[in-house]
Write a protein that binds this ligand. Sequence first.
Ligand code: FDA
Length: 569
Amino acid sequence: DSASRYDFVIVGGGTSGLVVANRLSEMKGFTVAVIEAGDSVLKNANVSAVTGYGQAFGTEIDWAYQTEDQTYAGGSKQIIRAGKAIGGTSTINGMSYTRAQKVQIDSWEQVGNEGWNWDNLSSYYKKSEKFQVPTSEQVARGADYYIAYHGEHGPLKVGWPQAMTNSSVLPQLDETFQQLGLPYNRDCNGGSMVGLTVHPNTVDSEANLRHDAARAYYWPYQHRPNLKIISNTSANKIIWESDSRNEAVAVGVEVTGVNGVETIYASKEVILSAGSLRSPMLLELSGIGNPGILGQFDIPVQVNISTVGENLQDQTNNGFSYEGNEFWLGSPTFSALPSADDIFGENAPTIASDVNSSLAEYAKRVSEYSNGAVEEANVLAAFQLQHDLIFKSQVPYAEIVLLPIGNSFSNEYWPLLPFSRGSVHINSTDGSQPPSINPNYFMFGQDLKAHADVARYIRKVFSTPPLRTIVGEEFAPGRKHVPENASDSIWEGWVKSKYRSNFHPVGTASMLPRDKGGVVDAELRVYGTKNVRVVDASVLPFQITGHLTSTLYAVAERASDLIKKRYIF
Ligand code: FDA
């Protein structure tokens, strides 16, 4: 029946999927359907409130995925949050808008993804963005920018919260970090991230609301006759043309929704945007993946790509808290982004060479963990690149989010580029069952050590005036648990007992040449298929030092143009 036939079927109406839906439905004469497991959250106050971070956690709009036991991190499971709603994870995230370091995006092209470089992506960062120039009041509290870095006509509102933190804080932080050699960065969104910065957020500054993917890319366009969201509906797998020969040809998607199980047909393309923990699972359920894994579930192999679901890269997050000697109002958006040189000073070259000498061993272990699905030489090449980004290009080593709120001054931090690699795979043939997720947190001693090194740096920051004078006692970790001059093993013990996921999983359907372990090509098409693409955090081949959404919006904008150019001449 024509009601379930569309030109394009997008699975997942989240951060990336709604961009693609919006842009493809600009093509008159082509119909677009979005299959989304969640529902509208337009009226959900846990979503819209600018100060509501965390309120949606554990509610029905949080998938709250559970990992496998984390063997290298003390054994326990972790929760990885992700949004289940029209708007996806952008409806529950922290709203920070920071992009990446230029060299990181350029590295995507260097490894063989033609056209994926900073200059090209820059125009898409801008295309997606509607930058809101801060008011004089916001400027007085630290909002700062170079207008040349920003787009002013895109759908996504980027700016500062109405109520920013007291204007006394930024000069105090700046003076403190200057003493430690970390410069002030007026605008971290131009490809150069290192420094202390007051970054913008994805907020509608005037209405004082979260600007998520749905508010930006869907609700204002919902009346387009060729755009349809099928919500409260879960995709189970891709349906293939029966006589697919050299290439697998998708004809639609099997879903479970309000009418039970049915097929939504796609005459042109199927685009998976279900997120980095879900899109690889849909590939496996559809017969694309490692034959060894598919065989365990009697799933016939459509395309043999052994790396589907591998290369899972997440970060680990931890934090400090201090008693405040002042009282702070408003929403802080301060981040310090020190490089390896900032943290290690004159020891940096020694650490760089220590890490370098471990890379071959790390690569071997990642390959072994994947039972050979990931080739050692490919991981080693990725690790060498990562090592050079950290120690030669000096991309940020860690992000330290500074949170003066009320009468406490806390922070959250995460080393930005850990070496640990994990996986996400199916657990059953039932699409409604969550996947088996193993990020292998702290698989390598270096990743744990990075936490201890950053933690020591943070304590130094809080012991440096003038910051020292505005905070009192250290509540967490507290000097009782982690004394001054504590050893690595004491710091590391604390890290393992308190860390959580940083909720930035990427890489599980990496965009890379096929012989380098890629799942999708530079047009984000799944190898061996004629008309299936992945557009979401799965395709980022390497972790980045920005928060993810700004880059995902830009990637999805570029992906949309790559798709459109095949249909409009
Ligand atoms: P996303 O998760 O947005 O979309 C996937 C969609 O697919 C969801 O709507 C889901 O319901 C749907 N879906 C899944 N399986 C399906 C199925 N089988 N059938 C139908 N639908 C299905 N980033 C940032 O830039 N700044 C920040 O401050 C933060 N902070 C932050 C905090 C927290 C708590 C989290 C969890 C994450 C962040 N992030 C962040 C990260 C960022 O929000 C995240 O990486 C992106 O939103 C992910 O976008 P995707 O498009 O990959 O998936």
